[in-house]
Ligand binder design. Structure first.
Ligand SMILES: Cc1cc2nc3c(=O)[nH]c(=O)nc-3n(C[C@H](O)[C@H](O)[C@H](O)COP(=O)(O)OP(=O)(O)OC[C@H]3O[C@@H](n4cnc5c(N)ncnc54)[C@H](O)[C@@H]3O)c2cc1C
Length: 405
């Protein structure tokens, strides 16, 4: 049986392991982190396309037990005027509704599902090198160990070591022009009026701000602030109090709930520099392929990174399934499956990177018109259209090679 090694046990890595196992492959997952995954406490929204991808992997149920659903989005201007309220994705279909949840919880739920299906998952296994040969791929780890597989899936995130091995001269992740603040507080003022299960996006004068209240009253919020990146010294030396004051200075001039929410946030307040990967890099070798942020990291403006990684997982598992898991198909069949996956995924995934960069830039130079209808970033993932439904549906064969997704 074909042995596939997944490098990285985050959202995309755990999901593709579930898909490849479901397709009948012998899969192992190697994760650098000693126990959990690599994240700093952030939350994210999984869009309906991501939830649908999870459902194809029979993994929607554990995720639906986490966080809370979102059905609508309101958009406010800097004076707190409501510009629009729009439904989100498959809002009337509970299993694939948008969901707001902590990134660590999502990763842990997927890794728990990996373990439950008895897929070997090794922690403290940081890839440092790999060599492809006619007999397979040999991987080297930071502890000096090695492992061998027929195929390697690099799901090791933004700073992918697998990508560096595949494409040593390729582009590196770049600063996307915004610092991202995010936090949680149980002490924010209660939301006023409007439907429940709502996320509110504010076009502030100094920051784009978003928040949602969980059913037990905790506010989850983020702010995207244009400007230079936070330096390593700032990131190491500024605590929640310092960040809060910086952000409040930008939010206080506006007449929106944002400043009160941030003022009510004490220690659970974090900052990161938004980064993205310029499109066009190499995604695969003969026996190695990238997935998720390792292949196509986008800035957070569209809120689609995790959902894209989940879509990748389904399509890659389907492409390899069609090459056949049993009896070891030829290297050429594997290579063709990887090429098919890339052809089906690259246009959509890189479009997301480009759209997110454009939205980030339009915030950065502040030339976006006020009072306009919701922008793309405020109306994430317009759809799970028919084409995408067929692509993701586990029982529907992929379109013939050469046809666009
Ligand atoms: C501030 C912020 C907000 C975001 N908001 C959203 C949102 O609202 N919605 C959304 O869909 N997405 C959002 N994203 C993006 C989303 O988090 C990523 O797109 C998603 O986590 C990608 O999944 P992944 O599995 O490719 O990578 P990751 O989740 O980063 O997982 C990579 C894994 O690989 C491991 N690893 C790294 N190097 C090695 C190595 N050498 N060897 C072995 N293992 C290794 C890491 O420990 C980690 O567990 C946001 C991102 C940021 C930064």
């Amino acid at each position: 049986m074909t042995r596939i090694m997944v490098v990285g046990g985050g959202i995309g890595g755990a999901a593709v392991a579930l898909g490849l196992h479901k397709a009948g492959f012998e899969v192992t997952v190697h994760e650098a982190h000693p126990d959990g995954g690599d994240d700093a406490g952030a939350f994210l929204t999984l869009a309906s396309n991501g939830m649908r991808a999870l459902a194809q992997l029979d993994a929607a149920a554990p995720v639906n037990g986490l966080g809370f659903p979102l059905r609508t989005m309101s958009v406010l201007d800097e004076d707190g005027r409501q510009l629009a309220t729009v439904p989100l994705g498959e809002h009337d279909h509970a299993p694939t509704r948008y969901r707001c949840l902590r990134r660590a919880e999502l990763g842990e739920a997927l890794r728990a599902e990996v373990r439950r299906r008895r897929i070997p998952l090794r922690h403290a296994a940081r890839l440092t090198g790999l060599t492809e040969s006619s007999g397979g791929v040999t991987v080297r780890f930071a502890d000096g160990g090695t492992a061998h597989a027929d195929l390697v899936v690099g799901a090791d995130g933004l700073h992918s070591a697998v990508r560096s091995q595949l494409d040593p001269d390729g582009d590196r992740p770049q600063y996307a022009g915004q610092r991202v603040f995010y936090g949680y507080t149980a002490d924010a003022p209660a939301p006023s009026g409007g439907p429940e299960d709502r996320i509110t996006m504010i076009r502030g004068s100094g920051a784009a701000f978003g928040y949602a209240h969980s059913p037990d009253g905790e506010a989850y919020w983020f702010a995207r602030v244009p400007g230079p990146p936070a330096s390593a010294e700032e990131l190491a030396g500024t605590g929640p109090d310092g960040w809060r004051e910086q952000l409040l200075a930008l939010l206080r001039p506006d007449r929106t709930p944002a400043a009160d929410i941030v003022a009510a946030t004490t220690d659970r307040l974090m900052v990161t520099n938004a980064r993205h990967l310029p499109p066009g890099g190499r995604w695969r070798g003969r026996r190695t392929v990238l997935l998720g942020d390792a292949a196509h990291a986008a800035s957070p403006a569209t809120g689609q990174g995790a959902s894209m990684a989940l879509e990748d997982a389904v399509v890659l598992a389907k492409a390899l399934r069609e090459a056949g898991p049993d009896g070891g198909p030829s290297a050429a069949a594997h290579e063709a499956a990887l090429a098919r996956y890339e052809a089906l995924r690259r246009p959509r995934a890189e479009q997301n990177t480009v759209t997110s960069a454009r939205l980030t830039a339009s915030r950065t130079d502040r030339r976006s018109p006020a009072g306009a209808p919701p922008r793309d970033s405020e109306r994430p993932a317009p759809g799970v259209d028919e084409e995408l439904l067929r692509l993701l549906d586990w029982d529907t064969p992929l379109p013939p090679a050469g046809l666009p997704a």
